[in-house]
Ligand binder design. Structure first.
Ligand code: OGA
Ligand code: NI
Length: 360
């Protein structure tokens, strides 16, 4: 059956309007089955935490540089999820970007729904992923926009209020793209590939090269946070994700060795994670990592995710340098456009999509 991607299967209800109605119970559409609910154990101390990498090491002498590269490759292999400090983006700009999105989500609903999105491109203000009728929904609203390629960037689809939003997102987006390129170089080198490798296979150079998108997430307070999730378990489908998280409110959890590890964002750090396309190019030497978002009853949470992706028509598959008799290709190449379409229809389902590429 052909899916209709022009509109949602059901009317969209913004989670913010449910949260602000003052109701003390979560509507059934947001209630996860018992096995998928978060365990909110406030008193248990965390045993593990994601690695922190200080990029200042790369500016140091050869010894410091090698040590930092080693930390990066260990973090990519063992976690696929880490925080980076001294990444080169100004703290003031990060704070301004977070604030301008917080202010956007606090605008009246009439202002926001002018940008209501559809599943065709997802650009704009929305509250769900996937078009499965009757699906259980997540406790969050978002705004999604394109930064690259330039032919897809359209300021008219970005909020016109707050007045400084467009320039702030433009400035922060530009800086984050430069940072993503640094990360792609580090990832390439740590796999023993030449530094430009990832960028090249992603469709690389010029304004019509790689794709970069941004999703501002808004997780309102939730009266029964133990029954739902702000974002269901998923791995990010693209290359790398750079997250500007809320420093005051926790929520993000990373799946590691069968447990969920809560991330405590460091001030002015970026949280970086590897997506499915890096798993594919690296022939699963690096794996994309499942993560989810918990909500809470005390405070809303805002996070901004930047996604660095291949160009739509690029066929992405294992680098031939990383395929050996001992490690045969773990998947066939697939274009980013095709890959992304499945997610746009089906929504978030853990690592099911990248796992489905494995030969059975
Ligand atoms: C995402 C994501 C995490 C967060 O947008 O893909 O995983 O903390 N966000 O909002
Ligand atoms: Ni994610």
């Amino acid at each position: 059956m052909e899916y209709c991607m022009e509109d949602w299967p059901e009317p969209i209800i913004n989670v913010q309007s449910i949260a602000e109605s003052g109701d003390t119970i979560v509507p059934y559409r947001y209630i996860k089955p018992p096995s998928h609910r978060p365990e909110i154990l406030k008193s248990t101390p965390q045993e593990q935490t994601i690695p922190v990498i200080n990029l200042a090491g790369l500016e140091g002498d050869e010894h410091a540089c090698n040590a930092t590269m080693h930390e990066i490759s260990v973090a990519c292999k063992e976690w696929g999820f880490f925080q980076i400090v001294n990444h080169g983006v100004r703290p003031e700009l990060m704070e301004r970007t977070r604030q301008v999105w917080r202010d956007f989500f606090h605008l009246p609903m009439e202002e926001k729904i002018k940008y209501a999105n559809t599943p065709k491109t997802y650009e704009g203000y929305g509250s769900r992923l996937g078009i499965e009728k009757g699906a259980i929904l997540d406790w969050g609203d978002y705004f999604f926009l394109n930064l690259l390629p330039l032919s897809l960037k359209n300021h008219n689809k970005w909020p016109c209020l707050p007045e400084t939003l467009r320039e702030t997102v433009e400035e922060c987006g530009g800086e984050v793209v430069k940072f993503c390129e640094k990360v792609m170089k580090m990832v390439s080198k740590s796999l023993g590939l030449e530094e430009e490798y990832m960028k090249r296979v992603f469709g690389g150079y010029g304004d019509e090269g790689v794709g970069v998108t941004m999703r501002a997430n808004y997780y309102p307070r939730c009266p029964q946070p133990e029954l739902t999730l702000g974002l269901s378990p998923h791995s990010d489908p693209g290359g790398v994700t750079v997250l500007l998280a809320d420093e005051r409110v926790q929520g993000l959890q990373v799946h590691k060795d069968g447990a969920w590890v809560t991330v405590q964002p460091l001030p002015h750090a970026f949280i970086v994670n590897l997506g499915d396309q890096i798993q594919m190019v690296s022939n699963a030497i690096y794996k994309s990592v499942e993560h989810r978002v918990m909500v809470n009853s005390e405070e809303e949470r805002v996070s901004i995710a930047f996604f660095y992706n291949p160009r739509g028509d690029m066929l992405i598959g294992p680098a031939k340098e990383l395929v050996t008799p001992a490690r045969p290709a773990f998947c066939k190449p697939v274009t980013w456009n095709e890959y992304r379409l499945i997610l746009r229809k089906q929504g978030l389902h853990g690592k099911a999509q990248v796992d489905s590429l494995k030969p059975s």
